[in-house]
Design a protein around this ligand. Structure first.
Ligand code: IPE
Ligand code: IPE
Ligand code: MG
Ligand code: MG
Ligand code: MG
Length: 303
């Protein structure tokens, strides 16, 4: 947590820590042990998932669940599934064929710690594990499980995260039009963040359409803001705080929000998206207080 967070009410920071611990334990139990054959593959999977990270996607699942009074025990599976897909996407994102990064979460990237083939396979194995978690979830019926599987498949496939990553790579060295850049960000990062919020909605069968749409709009605003903040931090953040090499986007001539709009406009867009997102939560009153806090955390974070 950043320095500003110490000024925030203890209850939110404590809740953040409590859910982070909860998802960490859940992921630890879900992943095969490092002593299970093939050991090196399992070691790499565990390294990728359990080696820190802010756990923003699982936290959004739990916070949305709090807002809708969904039992936390039902939220563990979608929370874990989102983080497993996220971890798989980071392994691939860091590969030499993609962003070619050596540092992630303050430690060597998976292909640097192990080797490229092991990194590719670890990501390959994390993806189906996420779906397995959803279909095995205790307390979640078949219909809801199918709905969750469809939601996650859509969010991480070629019309979601993977499609966004493809656009990202094709855009290196190109100046994107604003609409193209926004589309890329919505897909590569927004889709999984949106799915995190919507997964908790799936577990609230009586949820009225209007309320679901409001949470959907909230998630889309926050998802876009998340990647804009990531782009800003690549420019003005420090490697030691970020846990990943700063300045990589410029080095690789990535299409980013600051490269297209400049830093001041990027900060303004983030603030505007936060305002828009928070407005979507108005009807939820105090039930959405942790969700509001998380949205602020996402746009104000320093790592
Ligand atoms: C980094 O995601 C990749 C993006 C989608 C921008 P996070 O900033 O959530 O990374 P961790 O999980 O905290 O390491
Ligand atoms: C990554 O975006 C998005 C996904 C992994 C889907 P970035 O390439 O900007 O993420 P970082 O900066 O390496 O974490
Ligand atoms: Mg990338
Ligand atoms: Mg990257
Ligand atoms: Mg980045």
């Amino acid at each position: 947590l950043g320095a500003e967070d110490s000024a925030l009410p203890e209850s939110f920071a404590a809740r953040f820590a409590r859910y982070s611990r909860r998802i960490g334990e859940r992921l630890d139990q879900t992943l095969p042990g490092a002593d299970v054959t093939p050991e090196r593959l399992h070691e790499a999977m565990r390294y990728a998932v359990l080696n820190g990270g802010k756990r923003v996607r699982p936290l959004l699942v739990y916070a949305t669940g709090e807002c809708l009074a969904v039992e936390a025990s039902l939220l563990d599976a979608p929370a874990a599934a989102m983080e497993l897909i996220h971890a798989f996407s980071l392994i691939h994102d860091d590969l030499p064929a993609m962003d070619d990064d050596d540092l992630r979460r303050g430690a060597p990237t998976v292909h640097r710690k192990f080797d490229e083939a092991t990194a590719i396979l670890a990501a390959d194995a994390l993806q189906p594990l996420a779906f397995d978690v959803l279909v095995r979830a205790p307390g979640i019926g078949d219909r809801q499980a199918v709905e969750l599987v469809r939601l996650l498949a859509g969010a991480c496939g070629s019309l979601g995260m993977t499609g966004g990553q493809s656009i990202d790579l094709a855009s290196e060295g190109r100046l994107l039009r604003p609409a193209e850049l926004e589309q890329m960000h919505k897909l590569k990062t927004g889709a999984l963040i949106r799915a995190s919020v919507l997964s908790a909605c799936c577990l609230s069968p009586a949820l009225a359409n209007g309320r679901r749409d409001a949470l959907d709009r909230f998630a889309q605003a926050v998802g876009l803001a998340f990647q804009i903040r990531d782009d800003i931090l690549d420019v003005e953040g420090e490697t030691g705080v970020l846990g990943k090499q700063a300045g990589q986007d410029e080095r690789r001539r990535k299409a980013t929000w600051p490269s297209v709009f400049g830093l001041p406009a990027s900060r303004e867009r983030c603030a505007e998206l936060l305002r828009d997102g928070l407005q979507c939560l108005d009807a939820f009153g105090s039930d959405a207080e942790f969700l509001r806090w998380l949205a602020r955390f996402i746009v104000e974070r320093e790592q």
